[in-house]
Design a protein around this ligand. Structure first.
Ligand code: URA
Length: 433
């Protein structure tokens, strides 16, 4: 095969065979195909799109390009959840204990954050002593004993995706739905998922800013999952404002704990229960989502979910006493109150801007090597649809530096206040099976 022929075939809109796609993935991973040909190929894919069959081939080839987690020693259906990324999204911290409390094995690989959305590992490291570097046998033992373990990404998972994603980043070819879908799904397949529940975010803080694109991405990922014989479904959820009321690592962990105790904010509770209910159904513990909801609400109200959280933290070396004593989490030295400049209703709130303000305070990384500050972040007292009086508190910045001017400006500008009463946005737009 010659790369130039494969590029030309795609450029002309013809379907590539499984062999041709595998040949490209292997050749590009092994440095036999140069970046300039891979760039031309990515651009041809960007403009011509991919058929479902092509996307499934690309996903599988990328999943097979490196190590694959072998979770066969874990009993039960391994259900993974993936969110396309949002501000204040701490659902992974909640869903793990919720579904593990039902007996579904949670064998989760997670990453650190980069940019304006945080990573689950960073959040969990707010617990003093928490370890995420687990050897494969320890990881499997923890899941078999306690139904839950979470490890940092180790080994060489999906190197072809890493290489292609980095190339797409500098060749203006990231925003291609089949390429995003294959990239996300290849990582889930390599991480050993039997079933996958996807949370596709849509709005000002998300990759996908409108319903049409979010739906297309959700459908593409669900179809890839089905083609590869994984039970897969997607929920399209709102990301026009941060999820819950806190953005920043320790602040988000405290909110996740409140939610597991049944005292979390409504939107975070609702989305967590919805996703967990789908996971319960995919994991065979409920016959449908409705029954799953009932079971999930039960483990919240009878305390089994929060007990599972404590066990999970303790088994990975973390200080689980912080679950009942949140004062043990680190706190920031300064609090800066932001007040409404005029009366009205919150019409919109730019979620990505709030995420970036949290990053400026030190809650996130601008580059891979930045060190994050677990204590800092933003607390939102008002959300879309809420009425505000002039000078009423709308947000509090938690900072370890006295000068918060830049973040203050960003948060103030993220809020749009209008006179007319505004509606609260829908939280869940659609579910794709
Ligand atoms: N996230 C991914 O993992 N891959 C993409 O291509 C885009 C977003």
């Amino acid at each position: 095969m010659r790369m130039v022929d494969i590029i030309a075939k795609k450029r002309d809109g013809r379907e590539l065979s499984d062999d041709e796609i595998r040949w490209f993935v292997n050749g590009y991973s092994n440095e036999e195909i140069p970046d300039y040909q891979a760039s031309a190929f990515a651009m041809a894919l960007y403009f011509q799109g991919m058929t479902q069959k092509e996307a499934a081939s690309l996903t599988f080839a990328m999943a097979e390009s490196g190590d694959q987690l072998d979770l066969s020693e874990i009993e039960g259906t391994k259900v993974d959840k993936h969110s396309t990324g949002g501000v204040g999204d701490k659902t992974t911290l909640i869903l793990g204990p919720l579904v593990a409390a039902l007996g579904i094995p949670v064998a989760k690989m997670s990453g650190r954050g980069l940019g304006h959305t945080g990573g689950t590992i960073d959040k969990l490291e707010s617990f003093k002593g928490f370890r995420t570097e687990l050897k494969q046998d320890e990881f499997i033992k923890l899941v078999n004993e306690n139904k839950i373990a979470l490890a940092g990404q180790s080994g060489n998972l999906t190197p072809a995706d890493k290489k292609l994603y980095a190339l797409r980043d500098v060749t203006a070819t990231v925003d291609s739905i089949p390429l995003i879908a294959s990239s996300v799904m290849s990582k889930k397949i390599a991480a050993g998922a039997d079933a996958i529940v996807l949370d596709v975010k849509m709005g000002s803080g998300a990759f996908m800013e409108n319903l049409e694109d979010a739906k297309a991405l959700a459908q593409a990922m669900v179809k890839i999952g089905h083609s590869l014989n994984r039970k897969t479904m997607a929920v399209i959820s709102n990301m026009d404002q941060p999820l819950g009321r806190h953005v920043g690592n320790a602040l988000e962990v405290k909110e996740a704990i409140e939610t597991l105790k049944g005292q979390g904010p409504d939107d975070l509770h609702e989305l967590s229960v919805e996703l967990a209910a789908h996971m319960a159904a995919a994991g065979g513990k409920a016959s449908n989502e409705k029954e799953g909801r009932k079971l999930i609400e039960e483990v919240i109200s009878n305390g089994k979910a929060i007990e599972k959280m404590k066990l999970f933290i303790e088994k990975q070396g973390g200080d689980a006493t912080a679950v009942d004593n949140p004062d043990l989490f680190c706190t920031a030295a300064f609090k800066k109150e932001i007040k409404a400049p005029k009366p009205g209703y919150v019409q919109s709130m730019h979620a990505a801007q709030i995420g970036r303000a949290a990053m400026v305070l030190g809650a996130g990384r601008a580059t891979k090597d930045d060190i994050i500050d677990h204590a800092v972040g933003i607390e939102l007292h008002k959300k879309i649809g809420d009425e505000v009086k002039k000078d009423e508190l709308i947000a509090t910045l938690h900072s370890n530096q006295p000068d918060t001017e830049q973040a203050e400006e960003m948060v103030k500008n993220a809020f749009s206040l209008v006179k007319a009463k505004t509606e609260k946005p829908l939280l869940i737009y659609e579910t794709i099976y």
